[in-house]
Design a protein around this ligand. Structure first.
Ligand code: NAP
Length: 163
């Protein structure tokens, strides 16, 4: 049984877009800095598309757990691949002393929300529409309570708590 607190952390535009052509739809240094500061030193959980889209293919100074059904060879010490939720739930026990963040993309967000694996979600919402081809499942947070962590010129950072 999984009883670890996993925090989601992502950003979307006004319509829920999170990605466009395998990139972030916006260019927002300040938002990236919030992500970096919040997650550094901790465990990152992500889907293979998100992993592949990152310039360095892994986030530095963080453990990276990457979901992929394809057999993948471990290329760096701080990257581990899991091929199913069952495999993940066993592996995550090894990280029980760490803070764990689910960072996307949409497929892995759906998987974690539908299986009730996320207790809180730090979600940045940009104030305008950028358009995109991958969307955050905002309807899955409908019954969650939330408060504002901080308000910025172009975006607001919310914390959602499972209702
Ligand atoms: N704005 C944000 O906060 C944010 C955050 C993250 C990503 N993004 C954007 O989101 C987009 C990528 O999202 P995405 O939804 O297309 O992909 P994703 O969730 O990052 O990764 C999907 C991949 O995960 C693996 N996977 C999915 N379900 C699995 C399961 N049950 N067991 C094992 N492996 C599983 C598969 O990998 P294999 O194909 O290798 O089997 C699948 O192709 C990009 O545009 C990225 O820039 C945005």
């Amino acid at each position: 049984m999984h009883n670890q607190l996993i925090t989601g952390i992502m950003a979307c535009d006004l319509m829920g877009a999170i990605g466009k052509n395998n990139k972030l739809p916006w260019n927002a240094e300040e938002e990236l800095e919030h992500f970096r500061k919040t997650t550094v030193g901790n465990v990152m959980i992500m889907g293979y598309q998100t992993f592949a889209a990152m310039p360095e293919r892994a986030l530095e100074n963080r453990w990276n757990i990457v979901f992929s059904r394809t057999a993948r060879v471990q290329i760096k010490e701080n990257i581990v691949f899991v091929s199913s939720l069952q495999e993940f739930l066993i592996l995550i026990n090894d990280y029980r002393d760490h803070k764990c963040f689910m960072i996307g993309g949409a497929q892995i967000t759906n998987l974690f929300l539908v299986n009730n694996l996320i207790a809180e979600f730090i979600l940045t919402k940009f104030k305008r529409v950028y358009g995109g081809d991958v969307f955050f499942p905002l309807h899955l947070l409908e019954n969650w309570s939330y408060n504002i962590i901080s308000e910025h010129k172009d975006f607001i950072i919310y914390k959602y708590l499972r209702g």
